[in-house]
Design a protein around this ligand. Structure first.
Ligand code: SF4
Length: 373
């Protein structure tokens, strides 16, 4: 068997990838893949070569997204995959969020697939779609054109969105008409100073509650994402974040410890400020107990870790789950079908993996879903 690795890890650190593969693909793969396959067929890849001779296929720059090949969905029919057709419409992001790797690895400008290409792919897809974009509603002109064209397809879809364009009711109404049922949103922090300090200036915490309500009124469930460990986080950040999630009745939320990915501005700054606590932290064998890998500004590492665990447990305690269930969202099947299984699974994750340190909490979980976390 020949092994080729790709993705952001080997793009950032090719030598780490080459130690485990016959070849690596650095950057976006579509324009290189045919060559990789031809070389594999002719035996030009090979782990027997010395590290310096192994093949590196490098994509220079940011290729345009016109005429991308159709994915082989017939290869992913198993129940082990999420039961959604995964489709990507854009790449790159111009926002300057300090912790994010997207602009480093996909560029600081938007690139779009032509709307007719996307519609052709959607027509061949399952009725349920997951947009793999980092941001489905951020270049408003493009997104409006796409969503208008999607209305007749009558798909149901979920995706990730930035808050930048969600304060406008006409944008939300169009997404709902185009079949949006749930959005994963990077709120990052409920604190104005913390979120601005992280470079995510498009987020305005004072508007969060109204935006979540507006989405709920249009039948769109919200999965929130939050980061703990930003420079302005303090001891009460954990409690305030969970309070917001429960009061706003978020369907689900993920809490991350701030993570300095190589190649990001955050990583560079923490190195310069001598606040990284472990070189090459990503090679740690136990992220679950070693993180965070930097010294926070207003908390100790132990306080940050303990607050993060507390937030998970409070968010997924049974009374908090019940309080978050939104009867007003009865017209969203995602809310109806998925709310209780997802939240009970997240309760297990919080208690067994986050708080209990079990590496494979799935061995013990209550719900045996075929695909999962
Ligand atoms: S966090 Fe979202 S908005 Fe910010 S740079 Fe990354 S993809 Fe763009």
């Amino acid at each position: 068997m020949q092994v080729v690795l790709g993705g952001i890890h080997v793009t950032a650190l090719p030598e780490e990838g080459l130690a485990h593969a016959d070849a690596i693909v650095s950057g976006e793969a579509e324009g290189l893949w045919t060559q990789v396959l031809e070389d594999a067929e002719k035996g030009r890849l090979g782990r027997t070569r010395s590290l310096t001779q192994r093949r590196v296929y490098k994509q220079e720059g940011w290729p345009d997204l016109v005429g991308l090949p159709m994915p082989r969905r017939d290869l992913t029919q198993s129940l082990r995959y999420v039961p959604f057709g995964v489709v990507q419409t854009t790449r790159g992001c111009p926002f300057p969020c300090e912790f994010c790797s997207v602009s480093t690895y996909n560029g600081t400008t938007f690139r779009f697939r032509p709307v007719p290409d996307v519609i052709r792919e959607l027509e061949q897809c399952a009725p349920r779609v997951l947009f793999g974009d980092d941001n489905v509603m951020v270049h408003v002109k493009y997104s409006r054109e796409l969503f208008e064209a999607m209305v007749p397809l009558r798909k149901h879809w979920v995706g990730q969105a930035s808050l930048a364009a969600l304060h406008k009711v006409e944008n939300v109404a169009l997404m709902a008409r185009a079949g949006c049922k749930a959005l994963f949103i990077g709120f990052e922090s409920v604190d104005d100073v913390a979120v601005t300090g992280a470079g995510k200036r498009q987020n305005k915490p004072r508007k969060y509650h109204d935006i979540v309500r507006m989405l709920a009124d249009h039948g769109i469930a919200v999965w929130g994402s939050f980061i703990f460990g930003l420079d302005d986080d303090r001891g009460d950040s954990f409690r305030r974040t969970v309070e917001f999630c429960v009061e706003s009745k978020l369907t689900m939320a993920l809490f991350a410890l701030l993570t300095p990915y190589p190649g990001t501005r955050l990583y560079q700054r923490l190195v310069e400020e001598q606040r990284l606590t472990k070189d090459r932290w990503w090679l740690s064998t136990d992220h679950d107990t070693d993180a965070p890998f930097f010294t926070p500004k207003h908390l100790t590492r132990d306080e940050l870790r303990a607050g993060w665990v507390r937030a998970w447990r409070e968010m997924y305690a049974y009374p908090a789950i019940a309080k978050r269930y939104d009867f007003g969202l009865e017209h969203s099947w995602i809310q109806n079908v998925a709310f209780w299984p997802i939240n009970l699974l997240m309760h297990e994750l919080a208690e067994r993996k986050i708080a209990g340190g079990q590496r494979d909490f799935r061995k013990h979980r209550l719900l045996d879903v075929p695909f999962g976390l």
